[in-house]
Design a protein around this ligand. Structure first.
Ligand code: DAT
Ligand code: MG
Length: 150
């Protein structure tokens, strides 16, 4: 649906490497609407909630440490097929397998330093949006909307 929303996050390595603008640009240029944005130093407790599904995995402690190592930029993007297309814009979890033209395929090399996060299902997107933006998101009409959607 045109109202579909996804949670996209620039991880600490993406922020440190100065890639925030490039990542935002890819979603803007594709036609998605930005409805929430913040830079935040997340706590390990908050990140453990975000990655709760992965808590039994061997890489979990390292993942939490990496994600808490500096500020992240969280955002919510809205538009047609935002979750699945958002994941396509990011690329695959392992950057070495990610096609050129995807964010991970263009800007990184290691799974444990893959610079960005994107929700994997509509249900998880809504959970992640609530976790990272409990204050809610913006509602605004984009002047581009009638030029991007029929
Ligand atoms: P994605 O971020 O593509 O949704 P995921 O949800 O399976 O991938 O895992 C979350 C993050 O955890 C991923 O971006 C990087 C890290 N990760 C996943 N698998 C890993 C592995 N085998 N070794 C190290 N880090 C891993
Ligand atoms: Mg995931």
């Amino acid at each position: 649906s045109v109202q579909e929303r996804t949670y996209i996050m620039v991880k600490p390595d993406g922020v440190q490497r100065g890639l925030v603008g490039k990542i935002i640009t890819r979603f803007e240029e594709r036609g998605y609407k930005l409805i929430a944005l913040k830079l935040v130093q997340a706590t390990p407790e908050h990140l453990e909630k975000h990655y709760a599904d992965l808590s039994a995995r061997p890489f979990f402690p390292g993942l939490i440490k990496y994600m808490a190592s500096g500020p992240v930029v969280g955002m919510v993007w809205q538009g047609l097929d935002a979750v699945k297309t958002g994941r396509a814009i990011l690329g695959t979890t392992n950057p070495l397998q990610s096609p050129i033209g995807t964010i991970r395929g263009d800007f990184c090399l290691a799974t444990g330093r893959n610079i960005c996060h994107g929700s994997d299902t509509v249900e998880n997107a809504e959970k992640e949006i609530t976790l990272w933006f409990p204050e809610g998101v913006a509602q605004w009409t984009s002047a581009l909307e009638t030029w991007v959607f029929e």
